[in-house]
Design a protein around this ligand. Structure first.
Ligand code: SF4
Length: 366
């Protein structure tokens, strides 16, 4: 009882994290409230130390191919919601997507993330055969790993993607507060979205889960979401700051202070020391990269080939055609932090280990 009433102590909590001991919700919440320069310096140092211990100072690179910006949904935080006429819409052809994949491969990424809104063309009309074929082609003709981000899909389809060779399924809850979820992902089912990730893991796909920050969540919401993400067993966890989108219901909500995202990344690292945590170029472009890596991130996401007509999600054009969202563009930052880009073999090896762990968890639960 005495222990329950004790005020959390930063050094004790950081020591527990270094020893890979579980942190309680109260301890996670305490970390999320840190604000002094000295405390944050300690938090980020431990986050980096855990990352470097587990990944040997190696960073992974993800290419982003946002191949359709059409969507049937109405998320209030998103510019690509179905009713918004202010956003540029496109649906790239298979040749255009393949060309982008090859450009990303040549540039040296480890993975391509094939992302779309819930485009009715695929979800209702055409079906997913073209995308399944593309995944097979990528796995047959390149060394790249593949993440699919097609929105909510059935278990049968997840199984087909897994058989085609996809490695990851990304499907962000954005919040684990159900009433906030209803306000953000209007008309969508909290439960179905969560179940789709469990089903993805059952069919052998690694899972990326994500939180959106600055949309009305409390620190308690973030702390409890982090614990839910641990239970989910996600292999990649991302935090992204909200960016207001023209023409969307939340267009006048200000973007939050970036400190919140940096602290969330660092706390993720304490809770998921050997998993992947992105530093997204989609929020602040190249200028925000060093801070996110210094907070413990180990994957750079949203690398986009310049002048190919592909958009980002939160920042549609930021730094893309200027060439900063390329492997060459981010190299100076990587070097300045004393980090290295992993080889493609190192990334594939990590993926295989994680998939083996999924299989042993599945066998253990039989
Ligand atoms: S967040 Fe995704 S599902 Fe929601 S409206 Fe935007 S593109 Fe569609």
């Amino acid at each position: 009882m005495k222990e329950l009433n004790q005020k959390p102590n930063l050094d004790v909590i950081l020591d527990k994290a270094l020893k890979r001991q579980n942190l309680s919700c109260k301890e996670i919440l305490f970390l999320l409230t840190l604000s002094t320069e000295n405390d944050l310096r300690k938090l980020f140092a431990v986050a980096r130390s855990l990352r470097d211990r587990n990944f040997n100072r190696k960073i992974f690179l993800y290419g982003f191919v946002y191949f359709s910006t059409w969507c049937r949904n109405a998320c209030t935080f998103c510019g690509y919601r179905s009713s918004n006429s202010q956003m540029p819409r496109y649906r790239r052809t298979e040749e255009e997507i393949w060309d982008a994949v090859l450009r990303l491969q040549e540039s040296g990424v480890h993975l391509v993330d094939l992302t779309m809104g819930e485009d009715p063309y695929y979800h209702r009309k055409q079906g997913f055969d073209p995308l399944l074929n593309l995944v097979r082609q990528i796995k047959r003709e390149t060394d790249l790993s593949v993440m699919i981000s097609p929105g909510l899909i059935s278990k049968q389809l997840l199984e087909q993607f897994s058989s085609a060779g996809a490695d990851w399924y990304a499907c962000y809850q954005e919040t684990y507060n159900k009433s906030l979820f209803r306000r953000l992902r209007v008309g969508q089912s909290f439960q179905q979205r969560l179940v789709s990730k469990l089903q993805a893991a059952q069919v052998g796909l690694l899972v990326e889960e994500g939180l959106l920050l600055g949309v009305g969540e409390s620190l308690e919401n973030i702390a409890s979401a982090m614990q839910r993400m641990q239970i989910l067993g996600a292999q990649q966890v991302r935090a992204m700051s909200f960016i207001p989108q023209p023409g969307s219901p939340l267009e006048s909500l200000p973007s939050p202070d970036r400190q919140r995202e940096l602290i969330t990344i660092a706390v993720f690292r304490l809770l998921f020391p050997d998993k992947l945590i992105p530093a997204s170029l989609d929020i602040d472009g190249i200028s925000g990269l060093a801070d996110r890596l210094a907070a413990g991130a180990n994957v750079i996401t949203s690398l986009i080939p310049p002048n190919a007509g592909f958009a980002g999600v939160a920042q549609h054009s930021k730094d893309i055609n200027e060439g900063y969202r390329t492997v060459a563009g981010i190299m100076p930052v990587i070097r300045s932090l004393g980090l290295e880009i992993a080889t493609i073999e190192e990334y594939s090896h990590w993926i295989s280990e994680q998939k083996d762990m999924l299989i042993s968890v599945k066998q253990g639960s039989r």
